[in-house]
Design a protein around this ligand. Structure first.
Ligand code: NIG
Ligand code: FE
Length: 417
C-alpha cells in the first residue's frame, strides 16, 4: 500500500484531548510500499516495508496476497453503539418527525420503541436472525469490523433473552466482531411504570441472563439503560447499572440525551466504561467523565435526524475526555455506515478528520473494553482492515456517500469478507 494508517503507536490506550488531533501513518518511500501480514489465527504479525516483508516471509500455496498498490489501508471501523435486532417498519415515523414531532412525542403516542417492541415480541428467533445478518453484512460493506449490538426491544425476560441469543448466534456465525449489550431497560413497557420495570430488570431479567451466562448458554458483555426524563431516572438507572456491574458486565449506557439529568456524573461515579449520546451533558459531567476515564460515545446520526443540539464535543476533547463514535443504527436513526457517521461528526460535531478516525477505531474499541485487541493496526492485534482506493485516507471521510466505490476490501480477522 501507499499509506498504512496505524492510528496510534501505543495500541492499547484510548486517546484523549490533544492526542486526538493526530493519527500515525506509514508512507511508501522510493516506491517501496508498506505491507501488512496476518497469520492463520487472524492476527497481525508484521507491518513494514514491502522489501522487508519479501525477505522475511515465504509465500505458500495458501497465502492470499492483496495488491493494494497506490491505495490506503486503515484499521477496520468500530461502531460503538447500535440497536440492530428488530422487526417492524418505522418509515412512517420519519415523516412525522420531518413534520415537527419530537422523539418523545412519537414515543408517547405509542410509536418509537413501543412500536418496535410490539413487532419484535411477535417475531421468531429465525426472523430476527435473518434481519440482523443482513444488517451486519451491510455494516461490513462499509468497513465496520467490530460492532456493539444491544437488545432492548423486548422489555421482558422472554424477548430480551431471544434478542441476546440472536446476537450471540451472529457472534459465532458472522465474521464481524460483536460486543453484546443487555438493554432490558430501554423503555418502560406500555401501561407499566418505571419502578416496576426497574425491579423486573434487576430481579427477573438479569438473574435469568446471569444463569444462562453461568451455564455458558449466552455471552453478554455490557449493561445499558435509557437514563432519561420520563424513562428511567438517575436512581433507577444507578440501581440497574450496579446490578449489571455486580455480575461482571461493563457499564455502557444512554445518558444526558434529551434532558440534562446529570447521567454522566452518575455514570462516572459508577466507573462507567462508556456513556452514549451526551447532547445535554453539563460541564460538571464532562469533568467527572474525564477524571473517571469514562469514554463519551457520540452519535451524530441521532442529533441529525432529531434535529437535536449537538453534544459539546469540542469541550469534551479539550477537557481531556476520550470521545468515540457510534452509528446508533436503529429504526429511528437508520444508518449503519461509519464513513457517513465520520463525515457527519466532522460537519455537525466540528471534529477534525484525525479525531473522527480515532473516535471510529481505537476509541470506539476502548469504549467496548477491546482496545487491547482491536481498533488499530499493530502487531499482535486482530487483522481487521479496510483497503480504500484513494491516495490519502482522508478520502473515506471527505467523500460523502462514496464508500461503495472507495472501499476495495474489508478484512475481518485476516479474511476478506
Ligand atoms: O439511542 N434513545 C434510546 N434509544 C435509541 C432509539 C431507539 C428507538 O427509537 O428505537 C437511541 O437513539
Ligand atoms: Fe441508542
Amino acid at each position: 500500500a501507499r499509506q498504512v494508517v496505524l492510528v496510534r503507536r501505543d495500541p492499547t490506550l484510548k486517546v484523549c484531548g490533544e492526542d486526538m488531533k493526530q493519527v500515525d501513518t506509514l508512507q511508501e518511500e522510493d516506491g517501496d510500499g508498506i505491507s501488512v501480514v496476518s497469520n492463520s489465527c487472524g492476527k497481525i504479525v508484521f507491518i513494514g516495508k514491502e522489501s522487508e516483508r519479501k525477505r522475511k516471509y515465504v509465500e505458500s500455496a495458501t497465502t492470499r496476497i492483496i495488491d493494494a498498490s497506490g491505495k490506503c489501508v486503515l484499521p477496520g471501523f468500530v461502531d460503538a453503539h447500535t440497536h440492530p435486532v428488530w422487526a417492524g417498519d418505522r418509515v412512517h415515523e420519519f415523516a412525522m418527525k420531518l413534520a415537527g414531532a419530537t422523539y418523545m412525542e412519537v414515543h408517547k403516542a405509542g410509536g418509537g420503541i413501543h412500536f418496535t417492541v410490539e413487532h419484535t415480541r411477535k417475531a421468531s428467533e429465525e426472523e430476527l436472525y435473518d434481519g440482523l445478518k443482513q444488517r451486519l453484512n451491510s455494516m461490513m460493506k462499509t468497513g465496520t469490523t467490530l460492532v456493539e449490538c444491544k437488545s432492548g426491544y423486548g422489555l421482558n425476560k422472554e424477548t430480551e433473552v431471544k434478542m441476546l441469543k440472536v446476537i450471540d448466534r451472529a457472534r459465532r456465525e458472522i465474521p464481524i466482531g460483536i460486543s453484546s449489550t443487555f438493554c432490558g431497560a430501554h423503555a418502560v413497557p406500555k401501561g407499566g411504570n418505571s419502578e416496576d420495570a426497574t425491579n423486573d430488570v434487576i430481579s427477573v431479567q438479569l438473574p435469568c441472563i446471569r444463569d444462562m451466562m453461568d451455564r455458558k448458554e449466552l455471552h453478554v458483555d455490557n449493561i445499558d439503560v435509557f437514563c432519561e426524563q420520563g424513562v428511567f431516572d438517575i436512581d433507577q438507572s444507578r440501581r440497574i447499572l450496579t446490578a449489571g456491574k455486580n455480575m461482571g458486565l461493563q457499564i455502557n449506557f444512554h445518558g444526558d440525551e434529551l434532558h440534562p439529568l446529570e447521567g454522566a456524573k452518575m455514570g462516572a461515579e459508577l466507573g462507567a466504561l462508556s456513556i452514549s449520546h451526551l447532547e445535554e451533558i453539563s460541564d460538571a459531567g464532562i469533568s467527572a467523565m474525564a477524571k473517571a476515564g469514562s469514554i463519551g460515545v457520540v452519535l451524530p446520526t441521532t442529533a441529525n435526524i432529531l434535529r437535536l443540539k449537538p453534544p459539546p464535543v469540542r469541550k469534551m476533547i479539550d477537557s481531556g475526555m476520550a470521545v468515540a463514535l457510534g452509528s446508533d443504527f436503529n429504526p429511528n436513526a437508520f444508518c449503519s455506515s461509519m464513513p457517513l457517521v465520520m463525515h457527519l461528526a466532522c460537519v455537525i460535531l466540528r471534529m477534525s478528520m484525525p479525531e473522527v478516525l480515532i473516535a471510529a477505531t481505537l476509541n470506539a474499541a476502548a469504549a467496548l473494553g477491546k482496545s487491547d485487541t482491536h481498533g488499530s493496526l499493530n502487531e499482535g492485534k486482530c487483522a481487521n482492515m479496510v483497503v480504500i482506493d484513494a491516495p490519502r485516507w482522508e478520502h473515506i471521510v471527505y467523500q460523502l456517500g462514496f464508500h461503495n466505490s472507495l472501499i476495495d476490501f474489508v478484512i475481518c480477522d485476516g479474511n476478506v469478507v
